[in-house]
Structure formats: structure tokens, C-alpha cells
Design a protein around this ligand. Structure first.
Ligand code: ADP
Ligand code: MG
Length: 235
């Protein structure tokens, strides 16, 4: 699904060069649920933005679903992103003066679908996240957890193959965070590949696979004694 080899990203300003990704190798198979952890400033957001075709990279290769994306024009990248990728951000990124229905409609409008197909998809996506009765509500009228669920509906309405989430529970209390995690697990169980950056060790431990990014490089975390069942750990 996602194949990155020796991907580098250098941010250059007049005064400094920042090596945000040094040589990142990561292969995510279709259907996986990968949690990405790592210290602040280690390149997690940069990695996710590159994976989601929101940013370009400096060196290396990236194949998304078998397609080499390095040579694509901005326009081709936007189209590919719109068709294959859903994004969830820590700050929800809903548009404040649109109601939930219209927020979820935003990415669908670029798809050239009929209004009735869009309407069906919007209703289905909002129902799936438990917000079917809130379609006319505005983001400010909802709790943080509900806003994040609306953002998940927006990401899902386009039926993405890959869902990318950058600290999706970072602004939520632990109960809402768990509800959002359960929703992501359900989405993954229905076949969508998920890559989620998180600071929360409890949520990371629930993913099938953990990847640690440090200094712009990724390594798989092999589950150690702390992840074993208590009985086994004390044996
Ligand atoms: N647009 C940018 N311009 C310059 N430097 C950036 C930019 N975005 C990120 N960086 C730098 O790249 C490094 C990695 O940042 P980031 O990917 O946001 O880390 P993380 O998400 O792990 O906290 C940091 O040193 C950060 O300051
Ligand atoms: Mg970040």
C-alpha cells in the first residue's frame, strides 16, 4: 500500500537547513493498522504529510499503491490524494461556517459525483460515526469528540484505501479518545489501511504494529515484556 525507501526531506530557509527526514524506510501492507510514535520534532508529521501527498520530498522513492509518486505534477498528486487518501488532523480542521453535511461534502465536490450520490455518501458516513442526526449542526455546536467523528466521516465519505491520522486524539479527553480509537479499529476491520501518529502509549499498544520515528528515521518496535499479559510477565 505504502512503500517508502530512503526518503529524505530537507527544509531550507536562508539561514538554516533542517533535515526533517534523514533516510526513512517504511513498508505498510494493505489492511495494516500502524501506530507511529516518537519524540516531538522527530519527523512524524513530515512523514505523514509526504505519505498523504500534501508535501513533496527531497530524495528517495515513494510508491503509493504501486505507483511511483515522485514525478507527479501538483494536479496529479491532488487527484490521487482525493481518490485514495483520507486525512484526520489533531485539530479536526472542520470549516466553522459550514454545517456537518457541507463539511463532509467538501472533498466529494472535487470528484465529479452527482449531488444525489454525494448526499447518499454524506448521510452514510455521518451515520457510521453516530452523527446521522446532527447533519445540520455547525462544528461549534459539537463536543471535541463529535467534531473529530465528523472529521472521520469527511475522511471516509470518499472511500479511501488509506487513512492517515496525525495525533487524532491529541485534543480529546481519554474517554473520547477511546471512542475515536474504537471507530478507527472498526474502519480498519472493514479493510481500510490506517497509519496513525500518536503520543498515547495505550492507543499505540492497541495497533497491530508500532513504528518509532527518531531523527527522521523509522524502525519497527518489537513488542517487549511490557506488552505481555501480566501473568506471563511475572512467570
Ligand atoms: N515547514 C517547515 N519549515 C521548516 N522546518 C520544518 C517545517 N515543518 C517541520 N519542520 C522541522 O522539521 C522537523 C520535524 O518536524 P515534524 O515533522 O513536525 O515533527 P513531529 O511531528 O515528529 O513533531 C522539526 O525540526 C521541525 O522544526
Ligand atoms: Mg507532529
Amino acid at each position: 500500500m505504502l512503500d517508502m525507501r530512503q526518503v529524505t526531506k530537507v527544509y531550507r530557509t536562508e539561514l538554516v537547513e533542517t533535515h526533517a527526514l534523514r533516510s526513512l524506510d517504511l513498508h505498510v501492507r494493505e489492511g495494516e493498522f500502524v501506530a507511529v510514535t516518537g519524540p516531538s520534532g522527530s519527523g512524524k508529521t513530515t512523514f505523514l504529510n509526504i505519505a498523504g501527498l500534501l508535501e513533496t520530498f527531497t530524495g528517495g522513492t515513494y510508491k503509493l499503491d504501486g505507483e511511483d509518486v515522485s514525478g507527479l505534477s501538483d494536479d496529479a498528486r491532488s487527484k490521487l490524494r482525493n481518490r485514495k487518501i483520507g486525512f484526520i488532523f489533531q485539530s479536526f480542521n472542520l470549516i466553522p461556517d459550514l454545517n456537518l453535511f457541507d463539511n463532509v461534502d467538501v472533498p466529494l465536490r472535487y470528484r465529479g459525483m452527482s449531488a444525489s450520490e454525494r448526499g447518499d455518501r454524506i448521510k452514510e458516513a455521518l451515520s457510521r460515526v453516530g452523527l446521522g442526526s446532527r447533519m445540520k449542526h455547525f462544528p461549534a455546536e459539537l463536543s471535541g469528540g463529535q467534531q473529530q467523528r465528523a472529521a472521520i466521516a469527511r475522511a471516509l465519505a470518499g472511500s479511501p484505501r488509506l487513512l492517515l491520522a496525525d495525533e487524532p486524539t491529541g485534543n480529546l479527553d481519554s474517554q473520547m479518545a477511546r471512542a475515536v480509537m474504537e471507530m478507527l479499529e472498526e474502519i480498519n476491520a472493514s479493510g481500510t489501511t490506517i497509519v496513525m501518529v500518536t503520543h498515547d502509549p495505550e492507543l499505540a499498544a492497541r495497533a497491530q504494529r508500532n513504528v518509532h520515528i527518531v531523527d527522521g528515521m523509522a524502525t519497527d518496535v518489537v513488542s517487549g515484556p511490557s506488552l505481555r499479559a501480566p501473568a506471563e510477565a511475572t512467570a
